[in-house]
Design a protein around this ligand. Structure first.
Ligand SMILES: [Zn+2]
Length: 339
């Protein structure tokens, strides 16, 4: 149950298209309330909307404040998220969250954010593309709240640290990737990469080599690489954070960003296995020169493990640009039978 729970939660984080960071705050609010409350007899848990809202506001309280030099971080791909705007306005009445909770208008704010939760993230959280995962709670209001399905609150309790780390990391990355924040974050924009990410300077050294191996074309769409190129982790860094040479491919920045943290469809996996096989000597040279670890067997094992995990959790894989995805079917396995 807990592995399935985490698998589905990762699907929401990796595949869900978020226009605002609301979903992260919503998951964390539900996780905290699960820890603090007791289940009903059947293992389900009723969470009142206003308590979720109260917790949701608390998560945004810090983020709504000025980030530095009096400027604000963005939390939305379009115009500023309205929850953030409302919380920011409230901060003029109350300097701290504790003071805010004592303020006579606090409950008005809580109720207004509760309505926003119903309009926006609550019924979207569990949708990934055309899939309705619906594993956390039923998609309906019950007694002005939601009902976590039996066993779900317990999963949040047992896996609280893991859930928190997964969501915080995804949230951080989301905020950093928003174009509107790039100027403000500047050189600190890659903070997560700086702390946990791969060695960007090393990546620059392998671009020309990979360009030759790929004959000047994008690994994914096969189009000519004239525009900005990016070195992509074929198995996304978020799934396996280790730089093994064979995992690098060169792609259009547009293809790379569209793929995000998804696995590539089997058609790309086939090409990747073949490339590593046919060009092994040239690739080794490129990665050795740039001082990247090279271990073809390990790369294949990681790939097999990633696709196996993805198939078991019913994941979508990335096919091509403009968000075209498909369900992973077992035929990818034939690529690993021969090995
Ligand atoms: Zn491309």
């Amino acid at each position: 149950m807990q592995l399935e729970f985490l698998g589905k939660l990762q699907r929401i984080l990796n595949e869900g298209l978020f226009v605002a960071s609301y979903k992260y705050a919503l998951i964390l609010a539900i996780a905290e309330l699960s820890v603090e409350k007791n289940d009903r007899e059947d293992g389900s848990l009723h969470l009142p909307l206003e308590e979720i809202s109260d917790r949701f506001i608390a998560f945004y309280w810090r983020q709504a404040a000025p980030f530095g030099g009096g400027t604000y971080l963005h939390h939305n791909t379009g115009k500023e998220a309205s929850a953030v705007t409302r919380i920011r306005a409230f901060q003029q009445y109350a300097p701290t969250l504790a003071a805010a909770r004592e303020h006579p208008r606090w409950h008005t704010l809580v109720r207004s954010i509760a309505r926003l939760l119903v309009e926006m993230p609550l019924w979207k959280l569990q949708r990934v593309g055309a899939d309705r995962l619906d594993f956390l709670y039923e998609e309906q209001l019950v007694d002005e709240g939601i009902v976590l399905r039996p066993g779900i609150a317990d999963c949040f309790r047992q896996q609280f640290a893991v859930v928190q780390a997964l969501v915080q990391m995804a949230w951080l990355t989301f905020v950093q990737r928003l174009p509107a924040n790039r100027e403000l974050l500047g050189s600190t924009g890659d903070l997560a990469d700086f702390l946990f990410g791969c060695e960007r300077t090393g990546l620059a050294a392998i671009v020309s080599g990979l360009r030759d191996v790929q004959k000047g074309t994008c690994f994914y769409c096969q189009g000519p690489l004239h525009q900005t190129v990016e070195v992509d982790h074929f198995i996304p860094w978020s799934r396996y954070p280790r730089d093994l040479g064979h995992n690098f491919v060169l792609a259009h920045d547009t293809c790379n960003r569209d793929k995000r943290d998804m696995l590539a469809a089997p058609i790309h996996l086939t090409r990747w296995v073949e490339r590593n096989d046919n060009e092994n000597a040239a690739l080794r040279q490129i990665f050795d020169d740039a001082r990247f670890m090279c271990d073809m067997d390990a790369s294949l094992t990681v790939a097999e493990w990633s696709y196996d995990t993805a198939e078991r959790s019913g994941a979508l894989v990335w096919v091509q640009k403009r968000g075209q995805t498909a369900h992973l079917t077992p035929d990818w396995r034939r690529l690993f039978l021969a090995a």
